[in-house]
Design a protein around this ligand. Structure first.
Ligand code: CTP
Length: 403
C-alpha cells in the first residue's frame, strides 16, 4: 500500500508517543521506507534506539551530527510524506508560527510535502483558543489535521484529545497521501455530507439472511476522505462495515436492512448538501420473515424450498434532490457505461460512479477500484487505483461541480 514511499514520522513529547513504535512497524509492513525524528521531550517517553532498531536507521535528534550532511535538510529532502504523531500543542504552536528551535521542527520547516498532524493532548489544552487558532493556521497553510478522538485520557477521565486508533490514523495517512498525489486542494469545509456504506441484510428467520458481497470499503473511504478534507459527515453504514476504521468527528449510524437504510437516509438528508449512496442495497427482502428458525422437514418438498420475496424501495430514487448534489453507484457486469447512464436518469442523480464488477479484482470486497464518473454531459474514466484514491478523486470532482 505504501510501497517505496519515503515516510518520515515526527514524534513529539506526549504520552501517546509510547504507541508510535508499533505504528512505525505497521508502516514498514505496508512497504514504506520509514525514518523518524524526535523532539527533545519525545525522548522522555520513547527512546531513539527503539526506532533505530525498527527502522535500521538512527532517528533525527539533537546533538548527533554527521559532518558530511546537514541532518535536518538531508532528512527533509529524502521525505516524500511526513506525519507528526502524536502532535503536542507545543509543536503545533511552534510550527504554525514558523518556529524551528529543535532538529525535528527544523526538518519540518524544510519539507516540500504537506504534513499530516495527529494531535493528542488533554481536552483543556485542545480546546484552548490558542491551540485552535494554531490548528486553523496549519489547515490554512495546506496541512491536514486529524481531529482527536473522544475517550479515556491519561488524566483518568473521558474527554476529547485522545490519539485516534492506529487503524484510523493509518486510513488518514492513506487519504492524505492520495490528496497530495492528486495535486488538487480538497477543501470541503462548510459542506455537510451524507454517505451510505456496506451491503444490507434481509432477515429470512432469526439465523438466516439474504445479503450481498459489499464490504463497505468504498463508502468508508469516501466518508473518511470527506471528513479529513473538512466536511461534516454523517455515515450510515451497515453491519458489514462495522469493523472498518472511522475517523473521529464522523457521525455514525448503523443499520441492517434496506428499510432501515431507507428510513435513516430520509431522516438525515434534509440539511445535507452532498449525498453519496454507495451502499449495496438488497433489491428484495423476504415477504414473510419467520419469527422462529425455519425447519427443513416442515418447509421443503421434493421441489426444494420456495421463498417469496418482496421488492425493497429504491432509496436513491426516493431521496429529495433539490438542494442536494446526489451521487449514486452502478455496479454492472456488462454495458457498464450504458447502464450507468440509464441509472443517472432513472434515479434523477447528478453523478453515477459506474464500475465493472465482472472483474473480481476490483469492485466488491477488494481494496482497488476502477470507475467511470458519469454526469449529464460528461464521462470521466479514472485510472485503476485504491478505493481511497477513487474517493479522493470523486470528492474533488464533486467540489469542482459545486463551484
Ligand atoms: N439503490 C438504492 N435502493 C435500491 C437499490 C439501489 O438506493 N433498492 C442505489 C444503490 O445504492 C446505488 C444505485 O442505487 O447507488 C444503483 O444500485 P444498483 O444495485 O447498481 O442498481 P439497481 O437500481 O438495484 O438496479 P439493477 O440491480 O437492476 O442493476
Amino acid at each position: 500500500m505504501l510501497k517505496g514511499l519515503n515516510l518520515t514520522v515526527v514524534v513529539t513529547g506526549g504520552i501517546a508517543a509510547y504507541k508510535i513504535p508499533d505504528f512505525v512497524r505497521t508502516l514498514i509492513k505496508a512497504g514504506a521506507n520509514v525514518r523518524v525524528a524526535l523532539t527533545p521531550s519525545a525522548k522522555q517517553f520513547v527512546t531513539p534506539y527503539t526506532f533505530e532498531v525498527l527502522t535500521k536507521y538512527p532517528p533525527l535528534v539533537e546533538g548527533v551530527h554527521n559532518p558530511d550532511t546537514v541532518a535536518h535538510i538531508a532528512l527533509a529532502d529524502w521525505t516524500d510524506y511526513a506525519i507528526v504523531m502524536p502532535a503536542t500543542a507545543n509543536t503545533i504552536g511552534k510550527f504554525a508560527n514558523g518556529i524551528a528551535d529543535n532538529e525535528a521542527l527544523s526538518m519540518m520547516l524544510a519539507l516540500k510535502s504537506p504534513l499530516l498532524f495527529v494531535p493528542a493532548m488533554n481536552e483543556k489544552m485542545w480546546t484552548n483558543q490558542a491551540t485552535q487558532r494554531n490548528v486553523s493556521q496549519l489547515r490554512l497553510d495546506g496541512h491536514i489535521v486529524v481531529e482527536p478522538d473522544t475517550g479515556f485520557l491519561a488524566e483518568g477521565y473521558e474527554g476529547k484529545g485522545r490519539m485516534p486508533a492506529p487503524e484510523a490514523v493509518f486510513q488518514a495517512l492513506l487519504v492524505s497521501i492520495a490528496i497530495d498525489k492528486q495535486g488538487q486542494t480538497l477543501d470541503l469545509t462548510g459542506h455537510k455530507l451524507l454517505v451510505s456504506a456496506g451491503g444490507t441484510t434481509e432477515k429470512l428467520d432469526p439465523v438466516r439472511f439474504l445479503t450481498n458481497r459489499s464490504s463497505g470499503k468504498m463508502g468508508l473511504a469516501i466518508a473518511n476522505a470527506a471528513a479529513l478534507a473538512g466536511g461534516q459527515v454523517t455515515l450510515v453504514r451497515t453491519d458489514h462495515a462495522k469493523n472498518l476504521p472511522v475517523l473521529p468527528g464522523i457521525e455514525v449510524v448503523t443499520v441492517e436492512s434496506a428499510q432501515e437504510l431507507y428510513d435513516t437516509m430520509h431522516k438525515h438528508v434534509t440539511d445535507k448538501d452532498i449525498v453519496i449512496m454507495s451502499a449495496a442495497v438488497s433489491d428484495y427482502r423476504s415477504a414473510h420473515p419467520a419469527d422462529q428458525k425455519m425447519k427443513k422437514d416442515q418447509l421443503s418438498n421434493q421441489d426444494g424450498l420456495t421463498i417469496q420475496l418482496a421488492e425493497n424501495p429504491d432509496i436513491l430514487a426516493s431521496l429529495p434532490k433539490e438542494g442536494h448534489y446526489t451521487v449514486g453507484f452502478a455496479a454492472e457486469t456488462q454495458k457498464v457505461i450504458e447502464y450507468g447512464r440509464n441509472k443517472l436518469l432513472k434515479k434523477g442523480v447528478d453523478m453515477i460512479v459506474a464500475n465493472d464488477v465482472s472483474d473480481q479484482t476490483i469492485g466488491f470486497n477488494t481494496d482497488d477500484n476502477q470507475v467511470t464518473l458519469i454526469t449529464k454531459d460528461s464521462e470521466r474514466p479514472l485510472e485503476r487505483q485504491s478505493k481511497i484514491g477513487v474517493a479522493v478523486e470523486l470528492l474533488a470532482r464533486i467540489q469542482d461541480e459545486l463551484k
